[in-house]
Ligand binder design. Structure first.
Ligand SMILES: [Zn+2]
Length: 181
């Protein structure tokens, strides 16, 4: 079990960030904002969404979170559970196409003691695995991941998104002064 759950115990996610003196939830903030590419959001559902882990354990490390700010698994409603599962399934489908990994670790950490980086907002980790990848894991586990690598990963997964999923993504509004020439 220890081995199975190790991937996201060592690679903590993103800390809650301070904004205006209070702790903001990174999941809620990203979902609220309108630049999905910058925020690494890949799928926007009604009840759940998919975002790339900015500190990935492996290439293509995705997270599925409910839209609602909830940290208690037992408090999830049926429609939220359904979409969380459906988007987890979609993650595997997308990653199969984009990366064709040899396996996956999928699961969630509930509570700080279990290694949750953000314990107030549930999220399912979807981590692609390759045979032998444990050999270089500790290296990237302790190293900062370059933004370029994240962008490349985003592009790679974005390119296999179904059109109807792409349509739901938010892009920053065009500046008013860039309209006419
Ligand atoms: Zn939240």
């Amino acid at each position: 079990m220890e081995r199975l759950w190790a991937p996201w115990r060592m690679g903590y996610i993103q800390r809650a960030i301070k904004s205006g003196g209070r702790e903001a939830c990174i999941f809620c903030q990203k979902y609220r904002e309108s630049d999905d590419r910058r925020n690494l959001i890949l799928v926007r559902g009604r009840r759940a969404f998919v975002v790339m882990n900015a500190f990935p354990y492996n290439s293509g490390h995705l997270m599925v979170a409910p839209v609602r700010h909830v940290g208690d698994l037992t408090a999830l409603r049926r429609d939220e559970l359904y979409e969380l599962s459906e988007l987890t399934r979609l993650c595997v489908e997308l990653l199969n196409k984009a990366y064709n990994p040899s396996g996956y670790n999928i699961g969630m950490n509930l509570g700080r003691a279990a290694g949750a980086g953000i314990e107030d907002h549930l999220h399912v980790h979807v981590v692609p695995r390759w045979v032998g990848d444990t050999n270089f894991m500790p290296v990237i586990g302790g190293t900062k991941v370059l933004p370029e690598l994240l962008d490349a990963s985003y592009e790679r997964i974005y390119s296999v998104l179904p059109e109807e999923v792409k349509r739901n993504l938010r892009t920053p509004e065009r500046r008013a002064d860039s309209g006419t020439r």
